[in-house]
Design a protein around this ligand. Structure first.
Ligand code: GTP
Length: 352
């Protein structure tokens, strides 16, 4: 039962909250229409209005068939039913020349339209509906000259429209702010606070996507794990804040060098970075990281570094359809990095 309810209401937490709210309003309209139609059908049967009773049954059947036929496109059903109800109200006003039940429907319609369409489009639809309704009412009240009643009704509907408009505007803005706050929170969990680079949390995810994208292209994926040489000494000599400045300068350099849409830069540990980029062949993959290594050597000339810093890197080539897991790829690249460290530092060791 709970599962059915969740599926029916599409209780998807990731959906944009305003669409979710509209979705709920739509479901509510469908549900209300069924209840009203069934209640009206029973009422007409009990009071012996057999013609209206048959009209009710026919309408319910048509509605059910229509809903099951449109199936996947059911999201437009609430709008359809709502406007059908509005037409019904206008027809009652026109033929019965009465306003007895009109206000309730009119006010309900305004609120439902606003929450289904949003305040902008909702306002236009409601204005059209109210203009038609008030013109019909005016043509009848003109006969009975009940100007006061007409005036009261017009004022009440204008007030309702105004209230519904502002309520919808306020609600959608509040939800909009919530979405923005959520996005900000997501971005905070995915990026490193010091350098603004993507963090370790994102690394496996992006690597998996890149590996499958390389499988579909003729390119080669380069996975580089980078570690700053003797960074502990740098920190101990110049202090932690100076170390932070060096980390930021490095991150900026990586960002400048990695500008293609498929390039990604991560800070995956304290002084450990990872680069992902696609190239034509192994030689050009090596050239990219070699250029970066050399640029780091000269970084102290352009940035406020206390002394020259160098990096060691392990470059792993990942070919299309290589059938390797994300974890294994990282393990291999990390092993190459340690080879670079053990063989003198300030160098790149590759898998070929
Ligand atoms: N300033 C600063 N330092 C950090 C940060 N994260 C890690 N570190 C430092 O990075 C240093 C890493 O040192 P080690 O792992 O011993 O390696 P290393 O001194 O670079 O030596 P090799 O890697 O062998 O060349 C430690 O001193 C950490 O405190 C950070 O966010 N800011």
């Amino acid at each position: 039962m709970k599962k059915w309810f969740e599926t029916y209401l599409q209780l998807d937490k990731d959906i944009d909250t305003n669409s979710y709210r509209r979705n709920i309003t739509g479901k509510l309209i469908l549900f209300l229409s069924y209840i009203i139609l069934v209640a009206a059908m029973l009422g007409n049967f009990v009071s012996g209005h057999m013609v209206i009773f048959y009209v009710n049954i026919t309408f319910l059947t048509v509605l059910s068939i229509w809903l099951s036929l449109v199936g996947r496109h059911r999201k437009y059903s609430p709008q359809f039913i709502l406007h059908l109800m509005a037409l019904g109200v206008l027809a009652v006003v026109y033929f019965k020349q009465g306003t007895e039940y009109t206000p309730i429907w009119c006010f309900l319609y305004i609120f439902l339209v606003m929450s289904l369409y949003g305040h902008k489009i909702g306002l236009y639809i409601c204005l059209v509906f109210m203009t038609i309704l008030l013109s019909l009412l005016f043509s009848f009240t003109g006969e009975t000259i009940n100007v006061m009643e007409f005036f009261r009704f017009s004022m009440a509907s204008c007030f309702t429209l105004f209230f519904a408009y502002w309520a919808e505007l306020l609600i959608s803005r509040t939800f909009g702010d919530l979405i923005a706050a959520k996005e900000q929170l997501v971005s905070l969990t995915k990026t490193d606070a010091l350098t603004g680079l993507l963090n370790r949390r994102n690394f496996n995810e992006v690597l998996a996507v890149q590996m499958s994208s390389v499988d579909r292209s003729n390119e080669l994926l380069a996975l580089v794990i980078i570690d700053i040489d003797h960074f502990k000494t740098y920190n101990d000599t110049f202090g932690h804040p100076a170390g932070d400045v060096a980390l930021i300068a490095l991150a900026n350099l990586f960002n400048v060098q990695m500008k293609r849409i498929t390039d990604s830069v991560f800070r995956i540990g304290g002084e450990e970075f990872a680069l992902l980029y696609q190239t034509k062949n192994e030689a050009s993959a090596l050239k990219v990281i070699e250029d970066i290594r050399q640029a780091v050597e000269g970084l102290d000339k352009y940035c406020e570094l206390e002394q020259q810093i160098t990096i060691s890197a392990g470059l792993l080539h990942i070919h299309a359809n290589q059938n390797i897991t994300v974890e294994k790829a990282y393990e291999l690249a990390d092993a190459l990095l340690y080879e670079a460290k053990n063989s003198g530092r300030n160098k790149v060791v590759t898998s070929s």
